[in-house]
Design a protein around this ligand. Structure first.
Ligand code: ZN
Length: 331
């Protein structure tokens, strides 16, 4: 894996996102009632896979969902291609995650919202729920990492589909309730397996800063290497501090992410080894994108099941190797 271009892009992404605030705020209030022409399936556009997954669960056969940002792709820096724009313009209704996650897509979302309903699935989360990022002065957008927060996103999609296609209101509400019940079980499983990690080792060290909501929801300390450093010099200092923490607290594992360089993570492991403490890579986590389409890990439930199962097992907790539903492909 190459590191520096990705690292630089990651550092820039928040700044790019900051410029888009005003437009994004306008977007959340520009939802219009559009008349449905009665043709099924309803063409639904979604930005990230986690959002598309909600729509598939809620709308079932009544909608054909196209997801723009694919597996393993970083939504913070994603710029829509011509064919993405065509998908958006063909859609009857659109959903995105919001909180500036899709910072480079703000302009096109604002544009398409003039002719069709566009919803941010995080729009109902209250200020006191959202985690504030002091370095960017924005809210942390990685809400899906707390299942209880993402359950609220399901309601946004359900109500939007009901407003658009009232003929199937009963089905949309029923599907949403069924999905939310499944997510409550997932939330309970996540709480249980993370709680099984011994107290002193309950520290999640990852490549970037995507896990703050997970940390708050499931009571595990979270440290993202990337989130702590914006310059290489400071980065070295932060890595040394994290090495000290790994050694002092005998943390057995750190984690890489599917779309982020593992260079800094490897530096941590080498640093700890130099102090006589062995740290392993506990596994690869899905941070901002789900697994491959068509796999269990390519669903929101599979993504979270994978993450919490891998974290718990690597840090000395107890969780079944194949996860909550026996469906995980990685041990
Ligand atoms: Zn992220």
């Amino acid at each position: 894996m190459k590191s520096s271009p990705i690292l630089i892009r990651r550092q820039l992404r928040w700044h790019a996102a900051a410029l888009a605030t005003t437009a994004a705020l306008m977007l959340t209030v520009s939802v219009q009632a559009a008349a449905f022409n009665g043709n099924y399936p309803i063409r639904v556009g979604a930005t990230v896979g986690m959002v598309a997954d909600i729509v598939r669960e809620v709308a079932g056969d009544h909608a054909a969902v196209t997801s723009i940002i694919g597996s393993g792709v970083d939504p913070h820096v994603y710029s829509p291609t011509r064919s993405d724009v065509a998908v958006l313009l063909r859609s009857d209704i659109l959903f995105y995650s919001g909180l500036l996650l899709e910072g480079q897509m703000t302009d096109i979302l604002v544009k398409v919202s003039r002719k069709r309903p566009v919803y941010a699935v995080t729009e109902r989360l209250q200020q006191d729920y959202l985690i504030h990022d002091s370095t960017t002065e924005h809210h942390d957008p990685h809400v899906w990492m707390d299942v209880s927060g993402w359950i609220k996103a399901v309601a946004v999609v359900a109500d939007a589909m009901v407003a658009f296609d009232p003929a199937h209101a009963g089905e949309y509400h029923k599907n949403a309730a069924t999905y939310q019940a499944r997510l409550h079980r997932l939330d309970d499983y996540a709480k249980k397996v993370i709680a099984s990690i011994p107290d002193s080792q309950r520290v999640l060290v990852t490549a970037h800063d995507a896990f703050n909501y997970l940390g708050r929801a499931y009571d595990i300390e979270v440290m993202g290497i990337q989130g702590l450093s914006t310059e290489s010099e400071a980065g070295l200092k932060d890595i040394n501090r994290l090495v000290g923490l790994l050694v002092d607290r005998r943390i057995p594992a750190v984690f890489v992410e599917t779309s982020v360089s593992d260079k800094n993570v490897k530096a941590l492991i080498e640093g700890a080894a130099a102090h006589g403490h062995r740290v392993i890579i506990g596994g690869e986590l899905f941070s901002d994108a789900m697994g491959a389409a068509g796999t269990y890990e390519g669903t929101y439930e599979g993504m979270i099941d994978h993450n919490v199962t891998v974290i718990a097992r690597a840090l000395g907790g107890t969780a079944p190797a194949a996860g909550m539903q026996g469906k995980l492909s990685t041990p």
